[in-house]
Ligand binder design. Structure first.
Ligand code: C2E
Ligand code: MG
Ligand code: MG
Length: 573
């Protein structure tokens, strides 16, 4: 190379020349300085002398292949200096071609030191994935770690524990001793956690005083207990921060894969939920996430979502079960019972979905829909000259809403032709027990609107006399579970008799549910109850069937004759 050019290149770059075998034939001063070797040591030596071992063999193979083919090669290479330290150079290797033979004669390489840039990049990359204070992986990197651990566990069928750890009382340290002390304490906590972990385990700092641990060596409950106790003990040992003795404990929530067979996000969420339970249970302990409970919750959620859609899509309807006076045969009214006409399963009884819906606010919306349907029906019956009453069931949650009476008034206002006294709200007494003063006020407000109340399923709850006195229900419905057995269980017979007597004493009407046979009706009449509802009279029916059924209904002769039945022989002791 022309000396002038070489002087220019020498000034600008790390420069060397190599023969076809890779032996160094020329190096400039910059080359000697950065590599730490003298010119004498380098000349004649193979270029491999600088190999850092950091690159795969294919890296150099590709490079030599390009050069041998006469192409320029560019890339960043990590070299090792004489003192063992690493440095990065941005290299351009140029094969020089002999113009006479047209063959590669030698290689020259022009390099620039990019070590600092590389270090900066590395630091930046590290910072992206780590918490600068403790040096632990951060939330972003945790997600990678957890996904890798999960993939491994799935592949190798190895259990995995994901733990959410939250320090107890850390805020008090921060507030009492300042953030600098708090920070040092976190560093020490991180150190203790790291020192406990075994190979393949990991700990990350999520935020503040929250850490996530991934434990791989958990074969069973004993090992889990041992590992977590070790962690709790280690963190509960005294601390000395800035000559300040400090104490701390931790609450840990754990979830176990594969029992909890979810993705990384869900596992962390479950561990978090379990951690809150550990906190509630008194801190300095761990709590294992309950998978079956979660599955139940999920099922509830699915059902509720499905019912919500059913309501929107018009898959719900009411069926009507008559209430009759057994003696006169008069149909006094109906109870509206919810039915879900499932597109594939057919009619679904309320017992299969209402208990789940009743745990959510959907019951409020659904309950209002039921009242609205009932009022529509009452209006149609009224227009047809039928003055039957109609009962609807009101769920506890619905009634406990502060605005129940107000909303009921709004609904009634939309049906001015309907006499509110035709609407009967069936409530179970437990509704009132939780909050008698408030519910009592609500019921009074509803009564002021003119609607009536029945106490449903009477006898199955507390059936307390004081509630009976204070609840403004005109009617008591004896629960079908007693009625069913009055023919052969003298206790149930006695109970039914007592409820009927009680109703009379309080001046309430009484309706027997679950009258399945003529005989049931006879015995009830003998006890003084004439109003009844049950399969023995009619099953709940769609609205189209109601008029026809009423027209055809004749009460059994045994009832018509008003025979006062004696209780079955031997029923009274
Ligand atoms: P409930 O209010 O006590 O209604 C009486 C239940 O007994 C109805 O069941 C009815 O079909 C059934 N039944 C009637 N006669 C007989 C009989 O002779 N023998 C037997 N074994 N059963 C009889 P259904 O329709 O399955 O409703 C069950 C419960 O679901 C109701 O009990 C009520 O608590 C609730 N429910 C029904 N519709 C609604 C509604 O619109 N809203 C609310 N919140 N709950 C409702
Ligand atoms: Mg009812
Ligand atoms: Mg009932």
């Amino acid at each position: 190379m022309d000396d002038n050019y070489r002087a220019a290149v020498d000034a600008a770059a790390i420069f060397s020349e190599t023969d076809l075998r890779g032996c160094i034939t020329y190096v400039n001063q910059q080359f000697c300085s950065i590599s730490g070797y003298s010119r004498e040591e380098l000349l004649g030596a193979n270029h491999r002398i600088l190999n850092s071992g950091l690159h795969e063999p294919t890296f150099f193979l590709d490079m030599w292949r390009a050069l041998a083919a006469g192409r320029v090669w560019k890339g960043e290479i990590c070299n090792r200096a004489k003192d063992g330290s690493l440095y990065w150079v941005d290299s351009t290797m140029v094969p020089l071609i002999d113009p006479h033979t047209n063959k590669v004669r030698k290689y020259v390489s022009i390099r620039f030191d990019v070590t600092e840039k590389r270090q900066l990049l590395h630091t930046l990359q590290w910072r992206v994935g780590h918490d600068v204070l403790t040096g632990l992986p951060n939330r972003a990197y945790l997600s990678d770690l957890l996904n890798q651990a999960l993939a491994f566990s799935r592949r190798e069928a190895i259990p995995l524990a994901v733990c959410m750890l939250d320090l107890d009382g850390f805020k008090a340290v921060n507030d009492g001793y300042g953030h600098a002390t708090g920070d040092l304490l976190l560093v020490e906590v991180a150190r203790r956690l790291q020192s406990i972990l075994r190979g393949g385990d990991a700990v990350a700092r999520l935020s503040g005083d929250e850490f996530v641990l991934i434990l791989r060596h958990i074969e069973g409950p004993q090992q889990l207990d041992a590992a977590l106790q070790r962690i709790l003990r280690a963190l509960a040992a005294p601390y000395m921060v800035r000559e300040q003795p400090l104490r701390l404990s931790a609450s840990i929530g754990v979830t176990l894969f594969p029992q909890d067979d979810e993705d990384a996000d869900a596992l962390v969420r479950h561990a978090d939920q379990a951690m809150y339970v550990a906190k509630q249970q008194g801190r300095n302990r761990y709590h294992v996430f309950d998978v079956s409970q979660e599955l139940e919750l999920k099922a509830t959620h699915q059902t509720v979502t499905r019912v919500r859609r059913a309501l929107r899509q018009g898959e719900l309807c009411l069926h009507y079960q008559p209430k009759v006076n057994m003696r006169s045969g008069q149909v006094i009214g109906f109870e509206a019972l919810l039915r879900w006409m499932h597109p594939s399963k057919g009619p679904v009884p309320p017992g299969e979905f209402l208990p789940l819906v009743e745990q959510t606010d959907l019951i409020v919306e659904l309950g209002e829909w039921v009242i609205d349907q009932a009022l529509t029906q009452l209006q149609q019956w009224h227009q047809a000259g039928r003055d039957w009453s109609l009962s609807v069931n009101i769920a506890a949650r619905q009634l406990q809403r502060g605005d129940f009476a107000e909303r009921l008034a709004g609904l009634l206002g939309r049906y001015p032709d309907v006499d509110p006294a035709r609407l009967d709200l069936e409530i179970v007494e437990s509704v009132a027990i939780d909050n008698l003063p408030r519910v009592g006020r609500c019921l009074d407000a509803c009564r002021a609107l003119g609607v009536r109340f029945s106490l449903d399923d009477f006898g199955t709850g507390y059936s307390s006399l004081s509630y009976l006195k204070r609840l403004p229900a005109q009617t008591i419905k004896i629960d079908k579970s007693f009625v069913r057995d009055i023919l052969h269980d003298h206790d149930d017979l006695a109970l039914a008799g007592a409820v009927i007597g009680l109703a009379r004493a309080f001046g309430r009407e009484v309706v027997a549910e679950g009258v399945e046979s003529v005989e049931h009706g006879r015995v009830l009449m003998g006890l003084g109850c004439e109003l009844a509802q049950g399969y023995g009279i009619a099953r709940p029916m769609p609205v189209e069937a109601v008029a026809g059924w009423v027209a055809a209904y004749r009460q059994p002769r045994a009832w018509r004759q008003g025979l006062i039945a004696r209780p079955p022989l031997g029923a009274w002791r």
